[in-house]
Design a protein around this ligand. Structure first.
Ligand SMILES: NC(=O)c1ccc[n+]([C@@H]2O[C@H](COP(=O)([O-])OP(=O)(O)OC[C@H]3O[C@@H](n4cnc5c(N)ncnc54)[C@H](OP(=O)(O)O)[C@@H]3O)[C@@H](O)[C@H]2O)c1
Length: 255
């Protein structure tokens, strides 16, 4: 999302009650995110803003200036959560993790974390940071078996958060999800998002449409049964991964 579409969607989301927003240097919408939040008329301290460092800026020369630029784009002195967007191409995560820690020590970020890390990379992250990163943001939806990653992260004490939570719409091709929703008076998207939360994974959802933004927020008043969770689990046999080697050069060998 960019430009006025992003600003409008964020304004709607704030009105509905969302307070956590996820952006990145790569998305080119940090400025719109900052403006929409500033226009909301709600104290900045009520929000949790995440941004991510572009993998091409994970070198000693560019990293810290790029974070300062992100803060300026967002109109904040310190971002709530700063993530490394991708591991580097050569797989050596240590230098960028040291730079991430430096950004925190300089007071540019309250919390630091990673995205698209494997379990082995998370182990290195804990060694370098001296504590678990606050999140590992990864592709997570019912059509992909992420149990190895989730169990590995959980053993290490690293919280997982989702992207592509509705598999960019592909989940809607599975009628059993809507069927489950009927029992709870919920839509297929709401069932999928609740399934993610019940896996212990925190959620990122994206929509340009007011109706969907509202629906995606309205998921805290029901609980899927174990039987329904298991029915949705079984869809991972689809083995549908959206973000793979052909998407960008930074994609690691997934767990
Ligand atoms: N860390 C990373 O490397 C990474 C990678 C990819 C994405 N992300 C983050 O994750 C966010 C979401 O991921 P994503 O956009 O790739 O995939 P997604 O959330 O699976 O799919 C977004 C699409 O789903 C539709 N949608 C959302 N809610 C809906 C609903 N209730 N009913 C019907 N359709 C619905 C939206 O269409 P409408 O606009 O028409 O509602 C939108 O086109 C991104 O915005 C980004 O912040 C991070």
């Amino acid at each position: 999302m960019a430009g006025s579409e992003a600003r409008k969607a964020i304004a709607t989301a704030v009105e509905v009650g969302y307070r956590a927003f996820d952006t990145a240097q790569w998305y080119g919408n940090e400025v719109e995110t900052g403006l929409a939040i500033a226009e909301a008329g709600i104290p900045l301290s009520d929000f949790l803003i995440t941004t991510k460092v572009h993998p091409e800026r994970m070198n000693a020369k560019s990293f810290i200036p790029s974070v300062r630029q992100s803060l300026s784009n967002l109109g904040v002195d310190c971002v709530d959560v700063l993530l490394l967007h991708w591991p580097p191409i050569d797989g050596d995560v240590v230098p960028s993790l040291k730079l991430l820690l430096e950004a925190k020590e300089l007071g540019l970020a309250r919390h630091i974390g990673v995205s698209n890390y494997t379990v082995a990379m998370l182990k290195t992250a804990i060694d370098v940071l001296g504590e678990p990163p606050v999140t590992n943001q990864v592709e997570f939806h019912p059509l992909l078996d992420q149990s190895r990653l989730l169990n590995g992260a959980s053993d290490l004490g690293v919280p997982v958060s989702s992207y592509c939570s509705v598999a960019r719409g592909r989940v809607f091709e599975f009628p059993e999800i809507s069927e489950i929703g009927v029992k709870y008076g919920k839509l297929a998207a709401q069932v999928v998002l609740k399934w993610i939360l019940q896996k212990g994974v925190s959620l990122n959802t994206m929509s340009t449409k007011s109706k969907n933004i509202r629906a995606n927020f309205d998921i805290m008043n029901f609980e899927l049964s174990n039987v329904d969770v298991a029915r949705i689990d079984a869809l991972n046999a689809t083995n549908y991964r959206i973000v793979g080697k052909t998407d960008n050069a930074f994609v690691p060998e997934w767990d």
